[in-house]
Ligand binder design. Sequence first.
Ligand code: BES
Ligand code: MN
Ligand code: MN
Length: 461
Amino acid sequence: MQQSATQAYQEYIENNQTRFVEELCNLIRIPSISTDKSYAKDVHQAAEFLKNELIKLGADKVEICPTAGYPIVYGEKMVNPTLPTVLVYGHYDVQPADPLELWTSPPFEPRIADGYIYARGACDDKGQMFMHVKAFEVMMKTGNLACNVKFMLEGEEEIGSVNLETFCKANKDRLKADVILISDTSMIANDVPSITAGLRGLSYLEVEVTSPNRDLHSGLYGGAVANPINILCQMIASLHDENNHITVKGFYDKVVELSAAERAEMAKAPFDLEAYKKALDLTEIHGEKGYTTLERASIRPTLDVNGIWGGYTGQGAKTVIPSKAYAKISMRLVPNQVSSEISDLFQKHFESIAPASVKVKVTAHHGGEPVVTPTDSVAYKAAEMAYNATFGKKPIPQRGGGSIPIVAMFKKELGIDTVLMGFGLDSDAIHSPNEKFGLFNFKRGIETIPLFYKYFAELKK
Ligand code: BES
Ligand code: MN
Ligand code: MN
């Protein structure tokens, strides 16, 4: 009897899953931290690893494409021009691992325990990206590649994908596809599959407040000279009002409010506030008045200080009025806010609230636009069917709170919509110590992705 494609996939996965995990661990061992120049060699090595992997699996035109920064690994398999084409995007760079002392085991020595792989990049995004590479293997080795496929794997996602737009503009033809597939987001829970249907944008700025031209004795000058740390704290505190609304002038002007019906639909997603608080050791929840926790973390814009420093922070006490104080501030954006506009509004506002006793300097870092991905497309339908087949449950569309700025850029530059097929969990501690990825999730991803190809090709017929 002829074996169905689905059975062939499953059998291949069962027989090879142990090796898949070992190979992922080999990729994870390369500390490809894009933010830190001292790891540049490792970032390049991760690109090399993926290039070799794609070649080994039979992809064509595999190439390490140089950019002004870290390269993009490209590879494709065009099986038949009449079939739809899937463009897979993922990132092989990772966030720094610090604070190192909070890791139970070294961040780049993957440890497998209680059903998880613990390591930096285990979930974000090496584990999730590698599911696509292994799904490609599964389809190639079983002779069931149902769509053409193109891989575009970058090494600068965690530093704002600064060179990807240039690459896309220069490679419009090569990147032609019917859909972009990305696994770099999370699901609600392992028994509550969901597909991310939107992401927040980002504005990121750094502020510097200067008062005296040098650090001063706090006894000789204290009380008579503005302390830049005191002033910075006052300024930051004023950025939210008593309802936790953001006070930056014009900040909400372009925010699209969800309808009551849309909010009611969102509220149907299972969410346990007590469990949420317990997992984070929170005694009470906090956020913008008038919105639920789920809404605050997805469909509402935010302003947060990511870091603040200045003055003396060494051992013991040093009596000093510092010359300067600094903070890094991020704002998560929702449709239709525009990153550059919000950065400008912030800069103007911040300068306007500075007292005459200090000088302020505001510098903008990278940013990105918010996005809502369609849930009425053929590609979404195919993803829904694929999750339904492997989880035995229809996935819930859910807006995500994080940012993948290139999703909006792909739509703008390439005209292609993305389906965010994430298999991580919010509890995977991405960017945090002890990041992990469930072996269950890694395997489920490898099982679900080939079914997406299968259903996408069938629906597109
Ligand atoms: N994969 C994350 C984004 C993410 C995670 C979205 C989970 C939804 C759910 C991505 O690698 C990331 O960390 N993005 C950065 C933005 C980037 C411009 C540095 C972020 O969201 O802070
Ligand atoms: Mn990340
Ligand atoms: Mn990521």
